[in-house]
Structures are given as structure tokens and as C-alpha cells.
Design a protein around this ligand. Sequence first.
Ligand code: ADP
Ligand code: MG
Length: 260
Amino acid sequence: MLNIKGIYKTYGSGEGRVNALENINMEIQPNEFAVIVGPSGCGKTTLLQIAAGLEKASRGSVSLRGEIITGPGPERGMVFQAYTLFPWLTVENNVAFGPRQRGLSEKIIKEKVDHYLNVTGLAKFRKLYPKALSGGMKQRVAIARALANDPEVLFMDEPFGALDAQTRVVMQELLLQVWERDQKTVLFITHDIDEAVFLADTIYVMTRQPGTIKKTIQVPLARPRDHSILLTQEFLDLKKEIVELIWEESKQAAIHINHA
Ligand code: ADP
Ligand code: MG
């Protein structure tokens, strides 16, 4: 479905040169929930932006169903950590924005908007403006808005990173429900290991800079999942494995700083 092949990314030149990514390879299957986890600064956002066509790779290619991605497109939806709603549009008009841009009929637009407001629990809030919403509600609108474009792949860059712990849990469960219902391919980025294990079919653990894939882990936890699995031995074993992988990276980084 989504094929990331030999991606390298360098920012700047000379003294200021940063090798952000080195030889990233990923093959994401249709309807797969893929999660990239790694320490801050390891290149997660850079990789997602390249995969979404918003940033150019220095080397390598990304293809969707065999077609090379050269720029952003409606078949790829994005949800960012920062709330990116249009403040001058109501909830329903934020969700309707993409379908209107695509020139769909008002009848179809209304069906889509109704559907995604229902599945994200926003139906009652459709006439409100973003400034009247909590962070969790804003991110629900952002998810509904991305889904209303019928993307084949949904790219999510730490979408729940700014939410409090309780709201984050609710949003993770909601996202899995929507994903199970609508069968989307998702590439999700986080530095939160619990979040990665809870959501993923496949976890890609990244190294510190330059970012490479250190390990690919298949998550065998049964679906549908809810937060009761966070305390199961299976979950904790997987979490421990990833904590140790990332801890190795942080230690390396600390040694690096001490010697600098
Ligand atoms: P993450 O999302 O994992 O925290 P990023 O992809 O944001 O990491 O950044 C990876 C590295 O690339 C960092 O060292 C960052 O400073 C650098 N970087 C990111 N964007 C730019 C840019 N536009 N120009 C120069 N350096 C950048
Ligand atoms: Mg980032």
C-alpha cells in the first residue's frame, strides 16, 4: 500500500548540516495501523512529512499503490499535534471543507459530515466554533475533517501529544473504533510507548539522530482493544522491550553529549 524506500534526509549544509534520516525502509499494508516511535529529534516528523509529500527526501522514494508521491494529495489525510482547524468555520463546516473543495454535491457532503460527526461523537457540537472546544474536541474535529476526505492513508503526527492523560486514553480508543469501522491505513507517530503498543499492528522503533529503523515489532495483542489491556503481561512485556530499545538510544545520546 505505502512503500517507503531508502529514504535519506539532510538539512542544511557545511557546519550546519543535519543528517535527519538514514536509509528508512517501510512497507505498510492496506488497513494496517503502523506506528513509529522514537526519541525526540530522531526525525519522526521529517519522515511523516516526506511520506505525506509535504517535504522532499534527499534520496529515496515513497509510493502509494505503486505510484511515486511527489506532493500532497487528497488521498492522504493529515492530523497534527497542533490544532489546525479553521477558526472562522463551525465544526460542521470544518469537516465539510475538504469535500466542498472537491466539488461534491451538498447532499453527499451532508451525509459525510453527519457520518463523521456521529462516529467522533461531535454531532451535538456541530454549530460551535473551534474557540468554544476543548483540546480533545478540537482533535476529534481534526480527525473527522481528515476522514471526510476519504483518504486512503491517514498520517498522524503526535495528534494526542498536547492532551491530558485521561483525554488521550479516550481519544486512542475512539481512533481505534473509527479505524476498525472505516478500515483505513494509518501511519501514526508518537514518542509515547504505551500509545504505540496500544494502537499498533506494527511498531517501528527509531534510533536517535540520524534516524534509522532500529527494530520492527509486530504487536500480537487481540482486537478490538480497550485500555484494560494496558495491565496485561503481554502488553507489559512488549512495552518493556521497547522501553529498553529507546533507553539504549537515550544513553547513547547522553554519552555523546558528555564527550562533546
Ligand atoms: P522528531 O519529530 O522526531 O522530534 P524532527 O523530524 O522534527 O524530529 O527533526 C529531526 C531533526 O531534523 C532535528 O535535529 C531537527 O532539528 C532537524 N530539522 C527538522 N526540520 C528542519 C528544518 N526545516 N531545517 C533544519 N533542520 C530541521
Ligand atoms: Mg515531531
